[in-house]
Design a protein around this ligand. Structure first.
Ligand SMILES: [Zn+2]
Length: 390
């Protein structure tokens, strides 16, 4: 994970911590939906406005962002250099240690004297003298070289520290510029959702909750958690048996939307790869052919008494139904995100560049409080592949 992202994650996390939602009831979900449905047109308008502000901000801060990216690259290069130099220093230390122990074994400089006195004649003696001189010089040179390397290492480390500090202040600068344009981090996360598809999916979720409330004879003002007994699990595991991490959760520059908060982690997998539930739970949301996200499955979980929601986006097909209880061995759908699900190929999903699964973990059973999936599931570094579900 790049330093830049780490810093941004800290910013996002501090925002998320203050916005964790209150416990929802069926009544509050219905009221929110009714409000959003009545204001659908206004919501879409507002979304466009926010997008315009993001675009305007993007133009002005393009340079700043470029310089942050350059700095990140420089920091990466420096990290590699520091690593390589560290290895070289270690090698050099071993070499010197070997030379010194050889000298000790052969009782100090006696080995050289013995070698000198074994000379057959004057000419040989002079020759051997030169050899001894060369050998001791070699010893000194090795030690000098090591000192030089250590000094260089110190310089590199200082340079690295400065670069990191500089990039941190540039990111602060970027953040305050965004604020000048009235763009908040929450705007970045919600700017690209399909309002209509979202409302449709929420209706389905509410219909499902209504059924359960009726069955369990709960009042609408009762908390969801209290009325709905969801499958409880103790942890999340990877939703696929293999894949490659192609994009991190958090702030990023999206090839399609520009600046955004990426609500999940992207796992590159071939089209139609089985996708499993990341933990035991109950299917609480199904969105079909959303213009942004394609087929989407959402599952409610209770992990160690805390409510979470996982979302699986860009699916080519869905294999579960609303209200279905799932375990980590349930195939909830087959992956899409590329090929025929792509809008430019005549599909429906405009928010995807290639075949992958977008995997989100949110706190709570409603709201958009995504958290970094890495805090719950073990994934390799970006660009690296994994196999097995842990
Ligand atoms: Zn994604």
């Amino acid at each position: 994970m790049k330093k830049f992202n780490k810093i941004i994650f800290v910013i996002i996390c501090s925002v998320l911590f203050i916005s964790i939602p209150k416990a929802e009831t069926l009544k509050s979900l219905k009221e929110k939906l009714a409000r959003d449905e009545a204001n659908q047109a206004a919501l879409i308008r507002k979304q466009k406005e926010v997008q315009n502000r993001i675009n305007a901000a993007n133009k002005e801060i393009g340079n700043l962002e470029k310089s942050i990216e350059d700095m990140e690259d420089e920091i990466d290069d420096l990290l590699v250099q520091v690593d390589e130099l560290g290895e070289e220093i270690k090698r050099k230390q071993n070499e010197i240690a070997a030379l010194l122990s050889f000298r000790q074994i052969s009782s100090g400089d006696n080995v050289y004297l013995e070698y000198m006195f074994e000379a057959k004649d004057m000419e040989d003696f002079i020759y051997r003298g030169a050899v001894v001189e060369e050998l001791t010089k070699y010893n000194d040179e090795q030690i000098n070289e090591m000192y030089k390397m250590i000094e260089e290492d110190k310089k590199l480390q200082d340079n690295l520290k400065n670069k990191i500090k500089k990039s941190e202040s540039s990111i602060d600068n970027l953040d305050s510029k965004l604020k000048q344009y009235g763009v908040s981090l929450a705007d970045l996360e919600s700017a690209h959702t399909d309002v209509k598809a979202d409302i449709k999916a929420r209706k389905k979720t509410i219909a499902y909750y209504e059924k359960i409330y009726k069955e369990n004879k709960c009042k609408e003002t009762m908390e969801l958690n209290a009325c709905i007994i969801s499958g409880s699990a103790n942890k999340f595991i990877r939703p696929t048996t293999k894949g490659t991490i192609t994009s991190e959760w958090g702030y990023r520059n999206c090839p399609i939307h520009g600046r955004e908060i990426h609500s999940g982690i992207d796992i590159g997998i071939p089209l139609n790869t089985p996708v499993y539930a990341a933990a035991t739970g109950i299917v609480s949301g199904i969105t079909v052919k959303s213009s942004c996200g394609g087929n989407i499955v959402t599952i409610n979980h209770t992990i160690k008494g805390v409510q979470y929601r996982t979302t699986y986006m860009h699916l080519a097909s869905i294999k579960v139904k609303m209200g279905q209880k799932v375990t980590t061995s349930t195939v909830i759908g087959k992956s899409g995100g590329g090929g025929y699900t792509l809008k430019r190929n005549g599909g429906w999903d405009r928010c995807s560049t290639g075949a992958h699964l977008h995997f989100t973990i949110r706190k709570g059973w409603s709201g958009s409080n995504s958290v970094n999936p890495r805090n719950f599931v073990k994934f390799p570094a970006k660009g690296k592949s994994f196999s097995g579900r842990v």
